[in-house]
Design a binder for this molecule. Structure first.
Ligand SMILES: [Zn+2]
Length: 413
């Protein structure tokens, strides 16, 4: 438990926020916040005495102590200036064992905002613990819960503001990285709709130094302002991941994928007939979007996702060893390189089990069996590169959108 003589590291940063006569604050709220922080740092209680909207006064809550500070509004500005003060107490910090330093809700909300931004699961009990340890202020669970509510609403405000800076950010990206593509749309009511960004260095790297195969994937955004991150990445010469373009859309719908792919086509300056193939988890939005925007481009379906579907299909049907044999056979079929081998293996499969054979026919083998695939997929049979991308951006998906964009930009540079 915190005691008055313990050093509360974070609180010491606030020990000089009140300087005395002549000091100016942006508003009455800022003045009050500074008093609350100062009182936490110096471990004393105080009371606010506000005589009218243009004036605010705080006094030490030990009646016999002369500590006080008065500020009044500067005409027509809303700013407050300290015009009278005595910042000397006649007693020691934490003067009474009953004494509890008060912390205003707004001060605690300010303090926990950053942590909440990094971890949306910051719990009231952790807030009680951290505020006590770092600031020497004891909060009840209920108080911590209320502070968390306030901080959450401030964060949503920040995230809304974050969306408002998208036009500026897109302009800056295009100015500072010529050749980059940064497009966005807003709804009629002014709310954010869609975003697409491809940095010129990545586009250049793809056209000049990569195999012309793109892995597409959609992943949810964990921040308060839900949405989906759409990503196209490629294999570089060392088989590493090169991020090509990303987008933020409300959901993985056909329309949103089509919009994203249209921007991608423009960014790559793709012409029909150019060599380009795709790999994905065969989300309906991707299948339809590619069909409309990149007609004729071969689209490989990820074998790992396909096997998961096949496992679901087999569930509850056969015994374990038969299931394992069927799965292994599916794997084998995917890697076959000639039509002759494919037909031979399909015959075997037909004999093993007719419905499992039928499952392959229905699962568009032309999109995953090497022998039947029309384009060049460089022996890449799954979309694992998408997971590499997700690990690459780590927790950035929880950040407000502008921070997310900036994190990706910094990592790409
Ligand atoms: Zn005092």
């Amino acid at each position: 438990m915190a005691t008055s003589d313990q050093v509360h590291r974070m609180a010491t940063f606030w020990s000089n926020v009140l300087e005395g006569d002549g000091q100016i604050f942006d508003s009455a709220a800022d003045f009050k916040k500074a008093i609350a922080k100062y009182a936490i740092a110096h471990k004393f209680g105080y009371r606010m005495k506000r005589t009218n909207p243009n004036m605010a006064k705080a006094v030490c809550d030990l009646h016999s102590c002369d500590w006080y500070i008065c500020a009044s509004v500067i005409h027509d500005t809303g700013c407050f200036r300290v015009y009278k003060s005595n910042l000397q107490h006649f007693h020691l910090a934490g003067y009474s064992t009953q004494h509890k330093t008060k912390a205003s809700k707004t001060v605690v909300a300010d303090v926990i905002l950053d942590k909440l931004c990094d971890c949306s699961k910051y719990r009231p009990m952790e807030i009680v613990r951290d505020i006590s340890r770092e600031y020497g202020v004891r909060l009840s669970y209920q108080q911590a819960w209320r502070c968390r509510e306030l901080a959450t609403s401030l964060l949503v405000g920040l995230q809304e503001d974050s969306y408002k800076t998208i036009p500026w950010l897109c302009r800056k990206i295009k100015e500072s990285n010529p050749g980059s593509v940064a497009e966005y749309t807003f709804e009629q009511d002014g709310s954010f709709s869609k975003l697409f960004i491809a940095f010129s260095a990545c586009l250049h790297g793809f056209t000049e130094g990569c195999r012309h195969l793109l892995v597409l994937d959609g992943t949810f955004i964990a921040s308060k302002y839900k949405g989906t991150l759409l990503v196209a990445s490629a294999y570089d010469v060392d088989d590493g991941m090169l991020p090509i373009a990303f987008g933020v859309v409300p959901s993985e719908s056909i329309d949103n994928w089509e919009w994203y792919l249209t921007q991608l086509r423009h960014a790559l300056q793709y012409e029909i007939g150019d060599e380009l193939a795709f790999i994905s988890d065969r989300h309906t939005g991707i299948i339809q979007g590619l069909h409309h925007v990149f007609p004729g481009c071969p689209h490989a379906h990820c074998l790992r996702h396909l096997k998961e579907n096949f496992k679901k299909y087999l569930k509850g049907r056969y015994n374990q060893s038969f299931k394992a044999a069927m799965e292994a056979q599916l794997d084998k079929i995917a890697y076959l390189r000639t039509m002759h081998d494919y037909e031979k293996n399909m015959e075997v499969r037909h004999k093993m089990n007719r419905s499992a054979h039928e499952w392959v026919i229905q699962a568009h083998p032309e999109n995953w069996v090497i022998a039947l695939f029309k384009g060049n997929r460089y022996d890449k049979l799954n979309s694992n590169l998408a997971e590499t991308y997700n690990a690459w951006i780590k927790d950035a998906r929880e950040l407000p959108i502008c921070h997310l964009i900036d994190t990706i930009r910094l990592k790409t540079e």
